[in-house]
Design a protein around this ligand. Structure first.
Ligand SMILES: [Zn+2]
Length: 462
């Protein structure tokens, strides 16, 4: 795909003037993210993705500033990189900064640009770096590499020990990446107390004021398959036991199920802060009030609104082969997302709903969500750093409905604090969320520069 896989894109910055300070840091944030996009690590889950060349390239960039790294392959070519940066006070719990090297697929025929060329051009409102991974999440990997290199070049030391991990395979479930390392190499995560990674940290606007959405928890992924059995018959006969109809009825009931809003310490703080931006009192936070506060979040609305309740989506129905046979079986798929601690409730409710139509449920994949402490050291440290870089902005915590590698790490030690923090100050009106896994994925260059400065400050001072 016209990708440059030799890392030549960074030969300039890595040799140039170290005294250039912020300018070099910011230039590298763009150049390194661009270099990463040029490694084709599109992961369709069929086992053909190879993160190894990108991991080796990152290892060379770290070696340049005196940091050794270990590359662990879960399978040939499926590379995870681990590096340690020594801090001033090794008695403090280690900060883990992580990212993933793979991306979701991208079909070039649908894109304006080659998705693995790393083109820089304006999108009409801002100069952007275009390509698969520009927001999910080669941006974070590039900015973190730039920040770590800059800290080391300047001869400074982070306050605490920092571990830097680049995972394979996140987009296909992490089975060759974080999940594999947790199962086979848990020592990689020893000593970690705090974790930053996907998917928060981006800016938005609420009531005319800039805000940053920081992820302070994740919902649990709850995937199920449905199956119905009936009587197979010729399509011309009367059939009162039709498996297709059972699954269709169950799907309708699932779609019509209304989950109530259910707040926790993270979403309560979120809505309290949105209310304050609107000049209103924090309480009461009932259903209609919450709906109104969600409206104020603009493009961030899809993420904010799905963070207040459990959800179901029927994502597939499959039955039959031809028009004149009523099939004996029909199946479906349901993507459920549970608030932390409500994973079993979600399963129970689904079972009850579909049982009324004679349909069975089988779990495909279930993970538990988590909530980090919105009053804890990690979220406070992120908030402090963002205020230092952007004093006028307000930080909003939210609960992500997506899944990240953070969940696997928490299974080793649930007391670890995890926040989604990929700092990006995007121009007003830039629909960051809409770029995830989207066509023409791109990130404004100014956002990458801001992110590298913010990550540098955070890694150094947290
Ligand atoms: Zn991602």
């Amino acid at each position: 795909m016209g990708a440059t896989q030799d890392g030549s894109v960074v030969s300039g910055p890595s040799r140039s003037i170290a005294a250039d300070g912020a300018a070099l840091l910011e230039r590298e944030a763009v150049d390194l993210t661009r270099g990463l996009i040029r490694f084709d690590t599109r992961n369709s889950g069929d086992g053909s993705c190879r993160e190894l060349p990108a991991a080796r390239w990152a290892a060379r960039l770290l070696e340049d500033v005196g940091i050794g790294s270990t590359i662990i392959e879960s399978e040939p070519g499926r590379a995870n990189l681990i590096a340690d940066i020594a801090g001033e006070d090794p008695s403090l719990p280690t900060l883990l900064v992580h990212g993933h090297l793979d991306t979701v697929p991208a079909d070039p025929s649908q894109w304006t640009v080659d998705p693995v060329a790393g083109e820089i051009r304006s999108d009409g409102s801002a100069d952007c770096l275009w390509g698969r991974g520009a927001v999910d999440m080669k941006n974070m990997v590039g900015m973190s590499l730039a920040a770590i290199r800059d800290i080391l070049r300047s001869g400074e030391k982070p306050r605490r020990n920092v571990r830097f991990i680049l995972f394979a395979d996140e987009e296909a479930g992490g089975f060759k990446g974080s999940e594999w390392l947790v199962a086979h190499r848990p020592e990689v995560f020893a000593g970690i107390g705090h974790v930053i990674s996907e998917t928060g940290g981006f800016s938005g606007t609420v009531a005319g004021r800039r805000v940053y959405y920081v992820q302070v928890g994740e919902k649990g992924t709850q995937w199920f398959s449905l199956s119905a059995h009936g009587r197979q018959s010729h399509g011309s006969q009367i059939n009162g036991d039709n498996a297709v109809v059972k699954v269709a009825r169950a799907a309708t009931r699932i779609a019509e199920h209304k989950w109530p809003a259910d707040l926790n310490p993270v979403t309560r703080l979120l809505f309290g802060r949105i209310a304050s931006l609107l000049g209103e009192d924090a309480s009461p936070l009932d259903g209609s009030r919450i709906a109104r506060l969600i409206e104020a979040t603009g493009f961030a609305r899809p993420w904010v609104e799905s963070s207040v309740r459990n959800t179901f989506n029927v994502t597939s129905i499959d039955a039959g082969s031809t028009v004149n046979i009523v099939p004996a079986t029909a199946t479906g798929l349901v993507d459920g997302r549970a608030l932390p601690g409500q994973e079993d409730l979600v399963y129970d409710v689904l079972r009850r709903i579909v049982a009324e139509e004679g349909v069975d449920v089988r779990p495909i994949h279930r993970s538990r969500g988590y909530l980090s402490d919105p009053d804890g050291e990690l979220f406070s440290g992120i908030e402090r750093t963002l205020h230092e870089e952007d004093p006028d902005a307000l930080v909003l915590p939210f609960l992500s409905s997506g899944g990240t590698d953070g969940k696997a790490i928490l299974r080793l030690d649930p007391s670890i604090q995890v926040c989604g923090f990929i700092p990006l100050r995007v121009p007003d009106g830039f629909d960051y969320i809409g770029k995830f896994h989207g066509i023409d994925e791109r990130v404004p260059l100014s956002a990458l520069r801001f992110g590298a400065r913010t990550l540098r400050r955070f890694i150094l001072t947290f």
